[in-house]
Write a protein that binds this ligand. Structure first.
Ligand SMILES: C[S@@+](CC[C@H](N)C(=O)[O-])C[C@H]1O[C@@H](n2cnc3c(N)ncnc32)[C@H](O)[C@@H]1O
Length: 205
């Protein structure tokens, strides 16, 4: 018999197919953005851990023609044939990733998204530790490249280190909130942290 979770998985999976989204994850970003308006028209967005591209599709729609989306992933991604999209096939842990990202953007980004996940081993402590180190890395990248007042949306697998990470985000952003969108499976321990209004960066130009 189907549980509610599986029904919901089915629902978003089918809906993604029907609506032409590359992933069911696209609905998580749609729901988060509806609630928090992280991405706005004209924004420059960097999507870390972007393959197969569901979030990038949603971001492209949200920024419109005046905005720009750069997707980054260690895996290949079928590029969107639009002038306001670029793809960088890289590991987020590459040393010079910040510079490579900036070289592809028209200006400093308003928003950094991170849906990065490791391959799941099934051993909870290991998966949590790996994922949080990835989230930390994307936070480091975000802090270096974001415009002042910019926003950061990051996935975390909940566990021992989540609250320390949350505290660090609060030191850098004026608004920080945890959120689990409906499209995120109940049995999954993932949550999203929305952090906006980056402190301490002065925008020039
Ligand atoms: C859950 S998927 C992202 C789904 C995406 N948001 C979408 O809507 O299509 C997580 C992604 O993180 C990427 N990833 C994992 N480790 C990475 C790393 N070290 N550097 C860059 N990307 C990485 C994976 O290749 C995978 O595509």
């Amino acid at each position: 018999m189907c549980t509610g979770q599986y029904k919901r998985k089915d629902h978003y999976y089918k809906l993604a197919k029907k609506m032409g989204f590359r992933s069911r994850a696209a609905f998580k970003l749609i729901q988060i953005n509806k609630k928090f308006r992280v991405i706005r028209k004209g924004d420059i967005v960097v999507d870390l851990g972007a393959a197969p591209g569901g979030w990038s599709q949603v971001a492209l729609e949200a920024v419109g023609e005046e905005g720009f989306v750069l997707a980054v992933d260690i895996k290949p991604l079928d590029i969107f044939k639009q002038n306001n999209f670029a793809f960088l096939k890289r590991d987020i842990f590459d040393e010079d990733i910040q510079q490579e990202i900036m070289d592809l953007l028209p200006r400093k980004p308003n928003v950094v998204l991170s849906d990065v996940s490791p391959n799941i081993s099934g051993i909870w402590e290991i998966d949590h530790a790996k994922q949080i180190s990835m989230a930390e890395r994307t936070f480091e990248i975000a802090k270096e490249i974001l415009r002042g007042n910019g926003g950061f949306l990051v996935k975390v697998f909940q566990g021992r280190e989540t609250s320390d990470f949350y505290t660090k985000l609060k030191e850098s952003f004026k608004f920080v909130k945890r959120y689990k969108p409906q499209a995120s499976r109940t049995r999954s321990s993932e949550i999203y942290i929305v952090a906006t209004k980056l402190k301490g960066v002065i925008n020039r130009g």
